[in-house]
Design a protein around this ligand. Structure first.
Ligand code: NAP
Length: 247
């Protein structure tokens, strides 16, 4: 007796049983990342974050001073997923999550100009670095932090400090770090923190809950070290470092 048809029927029956469960699992994964994210700033870090968020399934709207520019339009063409661009103040209106990825010198006016962000999750990845030129940069020391300042400007939003101490190229492709990378995350809002931790993990990172938003001071200080070689023009001394969970 030819056993091939029987084997095919058995395989078909198994597939019929397993496929709905597989499809449900895929759908559940999609549902984990549905909704609307605004990414304000279309530079190195904004571009990397928006690209990865669109890949996860979010509808991404970039906020740009010049959304029709060639730079922004080129960025949009590289993204696999749903991404558009508009002005900085319009971008955040429909968003559930807003990522601020602009220079510190512009942060206060951009954050305050972004409209009503009450109840939204804010991802702050900014560092207190003033860039006047490639060879003229300065880290600003304050007795607070960018993260806490953003929360002060947006008292009814849920600010989460994350991704400030990892290079944009590693956000784009975590495997570039040559091993697992842990993203330290700080916030006073547990649900918002959990959402951002899930995003980081689905980007391909491990995460480390470092506590309240005041830990932004420590997280931003990490960037002071990173920038020493740039600020002092010692380009031969540039280095990268990664948080990595003890094996
Ligand atoms: N580069 C990294 O690897 C990295 C890593 C971690 C954290 N960060 C932090 O991420 C933030 C962005 O850094 P980046 O390296 O992405 O900088 P960037 O490449 O210079 O991009 C910043 C973007 O912000 C917008 N912008 C610039 N000047 C502005 C102004 N005066 N007012 C309003 N918007 C302005 C621009 O977008 P439009 O032209 O579209 O308006 C610009 O492309 C910084 O706070 C930085 O410390 C960077």
């Amino acid at each position: 007796m030819n056993r091939r048809p029987i084997a095919l029927i058995v395989i078909g029956m198994i597939a019929a049983l397993v496929m709905p469960a597989l499809l449900a699992a895929v759908k559940a994964d999609d549902a984990k990342h549905s909704g609307h994210v605004a990414v304000i700033g279309t530079g190195m870090m904004g571009g990397a974050m928006g690209t990865r968020l669109a890949e996860l399934g979010y509808t991404v709207t970039f906020g740009s001073r010049n959304p029709d520019s060639e730079k922004v339009q080129t960025l949009l063409t590289t993204i696999e997923g749903n991404a558009t661009a508009t002005t900085q103040d319009a971008a955040a209106q429909d968003a559930d999550i807003v990522v601020f990825a602009v220079p510190w010198s512009a942060a206060e006016s951009v954050v305050k100009g972004a409209g009503d962000l009450d109840g939204k999750i804010i991802i702050d990845l900014m560092n207190p670095l003033i860039v006047r030129d490639f060879d003229d940069m300065e880290m600003v020391s304050t007795n607070t932090s960018v993260g806490e300042s953003v929360q002060e400007w947006l008292p009814n939003a849920y600010v989460v400090k994350a991704f400030n101490a990892v290079g944009f190229h590693v956000v784009t492709d975590p495997s570039k770090a040559g091993g697992p990378v842990t993203i330290p995350i700080a916030s006073n809002h547990p649900d918002a923190k959990a959402t951002v931790m899930q995003i980081a993990e689905d980007f391909g990172f491990e995460t480390f809950d470092v506590g309240p938003l005041s830990q932004s001071r420590a997280l931003e200080a990490l960037t002071h070290l990173y920038m020493v070689a740039y600020i002092e023009g010692r380009m031969e001394d540039r280095f990268e470092y990664y948080f990595r969970r003890t094996p």
